[in-house]
Design a protein around this ligand. Structure first.
Ligand code: PLP
Length: 412
């Protein structure tokens, strides 16, 4: 028996899918505040250590209203660009609560962060030198690559040999030399091994390795272990959640032992993105065509890869629900269909050869777990408009938090 996430969680609160689409347009990003807060609390309680405070990785979803809630839940934040720094500051984060995890940035971008009072993590010796020239005597952060990577697709594995990210830990002697040359104080080190893993082992191994780097730098104020904690995208088929108790327990033990030996009050950080926002987001759309081409049945929707690119970019899987008159279609009859968007590209596919109940024109389609790397990776490709974003509050009432784009926006 399949389980249906929106039904289990009462996702739509006081509203119905059809009413939401009528009011805010189709497609539509919907977020549920109760689920967002629950995920924040699970992550904030992951490690039993008073010096633990997670950073939310803004790249997963940078919607200002969600950022405000995440901050309220006690998170600091990571930014990947001056734009994300700007949005974080405007959403209430203080400069000292933000870490700019920078990759191949210009001098101007470094100056932007420095002028705002935001710490910059340098991910190459070359960038650390540039930073030293710009801010001699200042506080520095370095992103290390411990040689361990993990993730759901080769494109999102960010540790190990085949990635542009981080300074190899073997180069810590050179890091030390650059620090000395520019009188920099290394106040933090961070890493990120990749995105969406469901097992604790690679993460714990990489943290061990990062701690061995930390030993070499006396002035460290924080260690940031990175993000990547996975969520179950196959909930309809009963996929289990990642065992956070196991992960948290192993990390707590590791960090406690390390602190006991070091006698240091080093702060501990993480950079989760997906875990915080993926499951609080559902993407609603409309079926506009059902057609047969050769042996395939295509379900044509208004959810193109400009709206949700994960399936086209990483072959990602998302559970799908179909509604008729606001009821989930749960028919025993199943057809194998390919669900597509409205973009002029053959690769504009949401789900290939998926078993779904009979789908008809006019049905509403809902894509689960769309709150991370959904809107934040959307575009105007084909001059399509980005959808609105709506937050279903704690009392179940929907509230517009970002308006749908207009044709005029395409000219800006
Ligand atoms: C440096 C860095 N930190 C944190 C994250 C967040 O990862 P996730 O959303 O998988 O937790 C990413 C995403 O890839 C990243 O590149």
């Amino acid at each position: 028996m399949k389980t249906y996430f929106t039904e289990q969680t009462g996702f739509f609160g006081k509203s119905k899918p059809s009413r939401l689409l009528r009011e805010f347009g189709s497609p539509l990003y919907l977020y549920n505040e109760a689920i967002l807060r629950e995920r924040c609390r699970e992550m904030a309680g992951l490690i039993s250590c008073s010096r633990f405070k997670p950073n939310y990785s803004t790249k997963a979803n940078s919607s200002p209203e969600l950022l405000k809630i995440i901050r309220e839940e006690g998170f600091d934040a990571d930014a990947m660009s001056p734009g994300e720094i700007h949005i974080l500051l405007a959403s209430g984060f203080k400069p000292e609560e933000i870490l700019f995890v920078a990759n191949n940035i210009s001098t101007g971008e470094m100056e932007y962060a420095l002028n705002k009072g935001v710490l910059i993590s340098c991910d190459s010796i070359s960038q650390l030198c540039r930073y030293g020239r710009l801010n001699p005597g200042g506080a520095a952060v370095v992103r290390f690559n411990t040689g361990i990577g993990a993730g759901h697709h080769e494109k999102v594995i960010t540790g190990g040999e085949n990635t542009k990210f981080g300074v190899n830990i073997e180069l810590s002697g050179e890091v030390r030399a650059v620090l000395k040359e520019y009188r920099l104080r290394l106040v933090g080190i961070n890493q990120h091994i990749g995105s969406l893993f469901m097992e604790a082992a690679p993460y714990v191994a990489s943290v061990k390795s990062l701690l061995s780097v930390a030993e070499k730098f006396e002035e460290l104020e924080f260690i940031d272990m990175g993000g990547g904690i996975g969520i179950p995208y196959h909930k309809q088929d009963g996929q289990k959640r990642m065992d956070l108790e196991d992960l948290g327990g192993r990390l707590s033990e590791l960090l406690m032992n390390w602190a006991a030996v070091r006698h240091k009050d080093t702060k501990v950080k993480m950079e989760p993105g997906r875990y915080i926002t993926a499951e609080c987001g559902v993407l609603l759309g409309t079926v506009h065509a059902v057609k047969q081409n050769s042996s395939r049945t295509y379900i044509g929707t208004d959810i193109g890869f400009n709206v949700l690119i994960r399936p086209a970019m990483y072959d990602s899987y998302h559970d799908i629900e179909i509604y008729e008159n606001d009821e989930i279609i749960k028919s025993d009859q199943k057809n194998v269909v390919t669900v597509t968007g409205n973009i002029c590209e053959t690769g504009d596919i949401l789900a290939k050869d998926r078993e779904l109940p009979p789908v008809m024109e006019g049905n509403i389609i809902a894509i689960m777990d769309a709150g991370a790397y959904g809107y934040s990776m959307s575009s105007n490709y084909n001059c399509r408009l980005r959808p609105a974003e709506v937050l279903i509050g704690m009392d179940g009432t929907p509230r517009l938090i970002r308006r749908r784009e207009t044709m005029e926006d395409l000219m800006m």
